[in-house]
Write a protein that binds this ligand. Structure first.
Ligand code: HEC
Length: 153
């Protein structure tokens, strides 16, 4: 009886863990545009490569962007926009996911799952933020849609 119960408990913990990590992965999709699918890029060519960082350090930095107006390379406002969209729990979830990423070994499978359109979109967004340091993701997306309408695919 006791064994059964502890097995059940183990299973629950395991499943909860799965959910937690998948939501971190889902949240990270928003960050990929700039930080890379495996968090292997210097975003916009300026930030550090954050893949594999201890999650506490990532959460600390995200909170500093959100609350303290952290600005290391002139893109603090951009990261503040990202950080204010996350709850404290989501920061921990996404940070724990980033901690598991190993930027040195870029996962080719993951790279392949990105479509040609996604690659063009990423390049467009990067270009936008390089030209508009105080820009917003919302405006960037609007301009991308306009660009698609004007230039076709
Ligand atoms: C539109 C591009 C973009 C997106 C999207 C983005 N970031 Fe960033 N990130 C940057 C830039 C640029 C910096 C450098 C900011 C500065 O000047 O301090 C940065 C900095 C950081 C840093 C600190 C790195 C360092 O060098 O100290 C962390 C941690 C971070 N981002 C996490 C995230 C997470 C987590 C997400 C998703 C929720 C995210 N970022 C989404 C562009 C982006």
């Amino acid at each position: 009886m006791l064994i059964k119960r502890s097995l059940f408990l183990l299973l629950t913990v395991f499943i909860a863990g799965l959910f937690a990590s998948s939501s971190g992965a889902k949240l990270f999709k928003k960050c990929m545009v700039c930080h890379g699918v495996n968090a292997e890029k210097k975003s916009l060519g300026v930030s550090k490569v954050i893949g594999g960082w201890p999650y506490k350090k990532i959460v600390k930095e995200l909170k500093e962007y959100r609350d303290g107006g952290k600005n290391q390379y002139g893109f603090g406002k951009l990261m503040r926009g990202q950080a204010t969209k996350l709850t404290d729990e989501e920061m921990v979830a996404v940070a724990k996911y980033i901690e598991t990423l190993k930027p040195k070994k870029v996962n080719k499978m993951k790279e392949k799952t990105i479509s040609a359109e996604q690659i063009r979109y990423n390049a467009f967004i990067k270009d936008y933020f390089l030209k508009n340091r105080n820009g917003t993701t919302k405006e960037a997306k609007m301009l991308w849609k306009k660009h698609l309408l004007e230039n076709g695919k």
